[in-house]
Every structure is written in structure tokens, then in C-alpha cells.
Ligand binder design. Structure first.
Ligand SMILES: NC(=O)c1ccc[n+]([C@@H]2O[C@H](COP(=O)([O-])OP(=O)(O)OC[C@H]3O[C@@H](n4cnc5c(N)ncnc54)[C@H](OP(=O)(O)O)[C@@H]3O)[C@@H](O)[C@H]2O)c1
Length: 328
């Protein structure tokens, strides 16, 4: 099969076209012929080596849509020919065929999702839902602030926050152009990240917000604590700015100021709480099916152009979602 793989970590140029053997499904696995693969920041981090050193040809790609070819033993409810979306905890999506664990494979029938949208959905939607509802414990009437508001997870999270009862949703982005783009997702306001704390205080009449979604880190994370209302939470789920982690974050300001820090990791959930992850995905897919949440695909590339797609994402020049078209 055709795939895009890397053997050593590095810049986008380490992504190369390769021919690999077609995978065979084992127990509990589903073989999918891939139609579309979403492009995600986590895949940039995979290629950069944030998740460890690759052993041999490594295929990244955390979410796909496609058609079931064959199922391994103990898989029920899926048959050859079913169109599906799948989250891939072990990657492999930048390829013509991929194996997915059955609990993370979702038939599209009845969801009203086309294959292109479905390829951009399972990872971002599940993450957005899990950060809001799981880690963030969002409650009806909460005020929410979302960093990287114009990106894949951010744009989904803004809409899901409304569905989950948020009274107000604010966002931050790096440029004015992105702020204008992000407004289509229903934000009450979108601020430039530089100086966002003052803007949030002004917008909330000094009260602050109940929940901050932070995939950026560094000074953005520190400033986020300063805009929390009492019992507010900062939900951390990424490190896009690639600052060293805040391992020295002091505990004192948490209890002195009624603040909380919480974290989200989809890979950990896949290993330790797959049923929770599946429930989150189904709930979020339902919001797309009902029209409450829209996934805005702004760029489509051929599989062979995966490096180009990742280069733009790594430079922060993306907005909404990009997909790779795999099936010709
Ligand atoms: N923990 C989990 O389980 C999990 C799962 C999925 C995704 N994530 C995380 O969620 C975040 C969003 O993922 P995504 O795939 O939807 O990406 P994305 O938001 O579409 O793109 C990444 C965004 O990060 C922002 N950013 C901030 N500092 C940056 C920097 N120094 N360089 C590049 N970008 C920077 C950029 O937005 P601005 O231009 O607005 O700054 C950029 O658009 C990522 O941090 C990812 O690692 C975590």
C-alpha cells in the first residue's frame, strides 16, 4: 500500500512516500481502506519526536474516514463495505489501509456525515468534548475561554461549549485575520493572544471565566490562571508553543485564589477508559449530525502532499481543519 512515513524525526521533509505491506487485522481490530485522513498538530509533534524516537518506517495519522475491508476476531457490529470514521491511538492514518481498534470505529450511517467531514472529526471532536466535559467539567451557564480558537480543536470546542450550556465563549488567536475567521464559530468575542488577560477581564466585567482550554502553554498558560473566576479551571491539553512544561507551577496560588488545573490526554483515555472515550466521540458526532457543530475544512491535499500540510500547521498558518485525500 501507499503511505507517507518517516524514519527519523525532524522537519516536514522527513515525511516520504513509501510502499508498505497491507496490514492484517488481529483480534479486536478493523481494517479500513482510508478515504480521508485529518491533519493534526499531534502528528506534527509525532514527527518532531515529542512522543519518542521512531523505530523503522513510522506512519503518523490519528484520524481517518474510509470503508471497512475486514474485521479481526471478536469484532461485532461492523461489516465489509461500512463507511466509518475512526480514531487511531497508534497512528497509521497517512496510508491507503489502516488498522483501528474496534471501539474507536464509528459507522457513518445515520450520522449524516460525508466521508470528507468524517475524516476530520474523530480526534478533534473527541478531544474538544473530552476537554470541556471530562477535564473541564463544564456546567450550564459557564463562561469559557478557548486558546488557539481558530484551529481544529478550538473551532469544534467553541461550538460544543454552547451545546454543553456555556453562557459565553471567548477565544484567543495570534492574528487579527484569524480572529475574524474564528467569529463564524459563535464566539462572543475573539482576542489577540498578546494582552488577552485585560480583554477577558473587560469582557467579563472583572469576574473572569469559569473554564480555560489551553493547548498553547508557556506565558499563555500562566496568564490564564489570572483570568479565572472563583473555582475556575485551566484545562491543559497541549503545548503548541513548545515552551518547557510548567513542572514548577506553584500550588500556593491555586488554594489562595480558588483555582484549579486539570489535564486531558486522549491516548491515556484510549488505554485506560476506552468506553469513556467512545461515549465522548458519539456525543460529539451527534452534535455534528444535528447541525449544532460544523467542522470547517479549509484545505484538502493529496496524500503525497502531507509534508506541505504539516508545514503550514507547524507554522501556525492553518485555520479550521485540513484533510489528506487518500483514496483516488
Ligand atoms: N491532549 C490531547 O489528547 C490532544 C488531542 C488532540 C489535540 N491536542 C492538542 O490540541 C491543540 C490543537 O490541535 P489541532 O490539531 O486542532 O491544531 P490547531 O489548533 O488547528 O493548530 C495549532 C494552533 O496552535 C496555535 N499555536 C500557538 N503557538 C504556536 C506555535 N508556537 N507554533 C504553531 N502553532 C501555535 C496556532 O494558533 P494561533 O495562530 O491562534 O496561535 C495554531 O493554529 C494542539 O496543541 C494539539 O497538540 C491534544
Amino acid at each position: 500500500m501507499r503511505a507517507i512515513a518517516f524514519k527519523e524525526t525532524g522537519g516536514p521533509e522527513v515525511l516520504r512516500p513509501v510502499e508498505l505491506p497491507d496490514p492484517q487485522p488481529g483480534r479486536g481490530e478493523v481494517l479500513i481502506q482510508v478515504s480521508y485522513a485529518g491533519v493534526n498538530y499531534g502528528e506534527v509533534q509525532h514527527r518532531l519526536g515529542d512522543f519518542g524516537v521512531p523505530e523503522g518506517e513510522t506512519v503518523t495519522g490519528l484520524e481517518v474516514s474510509g470503508t471497512v475491508v475486514e474485521s479481526g476476531a471478536d469484532v461485532t457490529g461492523l461489516k465489509p463495505g461500512d463507511e466509518v470514521a475512526a480514531y487511531l491511538p497508534d497512528g497509521g492514518g497517512y496510508a491507503e489501509y489502516v488498522l483501528a481498534p474496534a471501539p474507536f470505529v464509528f459507522p457513518l450511517e445515520g450520522l449524516g456525515l460525508d466521508l470528507r467531514t468524517a475524516g476530520a472529526a474523530p480526534l478533534v471532536l473527541t478531544t474538544a468534548y473530552g476537554v470541556l466535559a471530562g477535564a473541564g467539567r463544564i456546567a450550564s451557564g459557564d463562561t469559557v475561554l478557548i486558546h488557539a480558537a481558530a484551529g481544529g480543536v478550538g473551532s469544534a470546542a467553541a461550538q460544543l461549549a454552547r451545546s454543553l450550556g456555556a453562557a459565553a465563549v471567548y477565544g484567543t488567536v495570534s492574528t487579527q485575520e484569524k480572529a475574524e475567521y474564528a467569529r463564524r464559530f459563535g464566539y462572543d468575542d475573539v482576542f489577540l493572544r498578546d494582552g488577552f488577560a485585560d480583554a477577558v477581564r473587560d469582557a467579563t466585567s472583572g469576574r473572569g471565566v469559569d473554564l480555560v482550554l489551553d493547548p498553547v502553554g508557556g506565558p499563555t498558560r500562566l496568564a490564564s490562571f489570572e483570568v479565572l473566576a472563583p473555582f475556575g479551571r485551566v484545562a491543559v491539553y497541549g503545548e503548541a508553543a513548545r515552551h518547557p512544561d510548567l513542572t514548577t507551577l506553584p500550588v500556593l496560588p491555586l488554594w489562595k485564589n480558588n483555582r484549579a488545573l486539570t489535564g486531558y490526554n486522549i491516548g491515556d483515555l484510549a488505554r485506560r477508559a476506552p468506553e469513556t472515550l467512545r461515549r465522548h466521540t458519539l456525543a460529539a458526532l451527534g452534535e455534528v449530525a444535528s447541525g449544532a457543530v460544523c467542522i470547517d475544512i479549509t484545505a484538502e491535499y493529496d496524500l503525497a502532499d502531507a509534508a506541505k500540510a504539516q508545514r503550514l500547521l507547524e507554522a501556525g498558518e492553518n485555520r479550521g481543519k485540513a484533510v489528506l485525500r487518500v483514496r483516488r
